[in-house]
Write a new protein. Sequence first.
Length: 277
Amino acid sequence: FAACFGRFLDELGAAGAGVLAIDGKTLRRSFDDAGRANPLAVVTAFASATRVVVGQQSFRVAEGDSEIVAARALLGCMDLTGWLVTADAIHCQMDTARIIRDQGGDYLLRLKANHPALHGMVVDYFADPLTLAELNTYETTDADHGRIETRRAWVSHDLSWLRGPKSACSEPVLLPDMACLGMIEATVERNGKTTVTRHYHLASRPLGAEEYLNAARAHWSVENGLHWVLDVTFDEDRARNRKDHGPENLATLRKLALNVLNRARPDVSVRRKRKRS
């Protein structure tokens, strides 16, 4: 059933364009104490612009598989031509990046301290005010309910410094076909308090600062437009189906139903469209 659904999704998302967000989600109540089955987790490929699921791969938590392995299996069977694949730092891996490139896509991967040497070098690079002054930059400001958030993005296409003496570390520095790296600084003002956070990314596409910021923000649509809807509208986290392939099949059907609902009447909420159906 999952294989048939996957072929259907491939056709649905054949004309790849835009951001394809990769993220995993655990079906928290799908464990079975009696049968000693761990909870089911599903890695999903979500088209941010159309809010359509175009692929998924399931695995059992703590049974030898992991989100990284499942994501590679999913990406390896997809035509990624035209897609900019985004993912969190857990997927910032040489093998994952190579699969994305081999399948015709580009990647935008979050960089965190799980790659300590490279992360430290990139943090130091963007910490230099003289460097920032020379880079392509873009800024947005949003205000809502007493909260003001300013996002600034910088992109560097000069990677020559990564290939110099500074890159002499115990791990590979450059991902396959890496074309640029970027930083997003988010400044939030609320109730008289100001917080500043910085995020770093690696990309195989030579993005401009505006495209980079928009793509990084589009990645979170998988949380707001998919995972949140599955939990709140479809009550997925409380589903106790756990026998045989039941949890996986029902997770697939929920995504199929959500695809249909998202493609009809975008001005009406998913909850209302479900009631009308």
